[in-house]
Write a new protein. Structure first.
Length: 299
């Protein structure tokens, strides 16, 4: 099995539930508050590890109570954290509003901004021991660009989740093996605004996770739509991260591209049936059982 390394963010997620998001200048009364471990990088690492992947996480946390909780969480989920460093900034935070089965997220990067090029250069040799490297954009983009470049030079599989979205340079796009945006991000990261054209320009490279419309990509000049699995949605936070972690797990096991997407699509569907980004992430048995059931119904 190929080894996976996620280099990215870890946050403490602070959730509020409300029936209505306040308008500018308005105050509304919410329903509840909770905390959970999150951060796109950490979520993707844990999604892969829960499925049985061999996973390491590289990043930075603060020397505070949230940092300690995130450390314990990685350990409890069998993610290697030999290169997760503590620094003198606050641990990253995400303030997440849940409303009408969807979410809105504001992140305060804190320690995640300390995942600098200098830090990456210091551990470059260790990074290149892995086969599959995953990044998001919750750490400085110049670090991500550097990682993508060294991965390309060393023939590694480099997966980019361009979130939060910003325009990507031609070099960065070129150096990615897979780019996995959602329906909002895909329109921010490329000059081109026609989604079909983007998918056609980057066959088997850009994989669009399109919420309840499913997943879209281009293969052999055809745009394929893998419909979203029908499930009872509790919380969509982390669904995209589960997709990416599961996709990486599937390709780490040399599963064929189309199958890897179906597998990841099933894992992401299962993840939204529970509250919290990581809480609903499934194990391998759960994904396989659900996938078999659905495939049987289709026949
Ligand atoms: O993708 C969901 C994640 O985005 C949350 O866990 C939050 O930390 C933000 O990074």
């Amino acid at each position: 099995m190929k080894r996976i390394c996620v280099i990215g963010s870890c946050n403490m997620d602070l959730f509020y539930n409300t029936n209505r998001i306040p308008k500018q200048g308005e105050t509304v009364i919410g329903n509840s508050f909770s905390e959970a471990c999150g951060g796109k990088g950490a979520n993707q690492a844990i999604a892969s590890a829960k499925l049985g992947g061999i996973v390491s996480f590289i990043g930075k946390i603060g020397n505070d109570i949230y940092g300690e909780k995130l450390l314990d969480n990685f350990k409890n989920n069998n993610v290697n954290i030999n290169n997760l460093e503590t620094c003198n900034k606050n641990t990253g935070l995400a303030i997440i509003g849940r409303c009408n089965n969807d979410n809105r997220i504001v992140i305060i990067p804190g320690a995640n901004n300390e995942v600098t090029i200098d830090f990456i250069k210091k551990i470059e040799d260790k990074i290149l021991e892995f086969d599959i490297i995953i990044c998001q954009l919750e750490i400085p983009i110049n670090s991500v660009e550097y990682i993508a470049k060294i991965c390309k030079e060393s023939n590694k599989i480099f997966i980019l989740n361009p979130a939060p979205a910003q325009k990507l340079s031609k070099n960065l796009i070129e150096n990615c093996t897979y780019i996995i945006p959602n329906e909002i991000e895909i329109l921010e990261i490329f000059e081109e605004k026609n989604v079909e054209k983007i998918l056609q320009e980057y066959p088997q490279k850009v994989i669009l996770t399109n919420g309840n419309k499913g997943v879209e990509y281009c293969i052999n000049n055809n745009i394929v739509n893998v419909p979203a699995r029908k499930v009872e949605v509790q919380d969509t936070t982390g669904a995209g991260d589960t997709f990416i972690g599961a996709f990486a797990y599937a390709i780490s096991n040399a599963l064929e591209f189309n199958y890897a997407i179906e597998f990841a699509n099933t894992a992401a569907a299962l993840s939204v049936t529970k509250m919290g980004a990581q809480n609903g992430m499934p194990n391998l048995k759960q994904v396989e059982e659900t996938k078999n059931e659905i495939d049987k119904k289709r026949r």
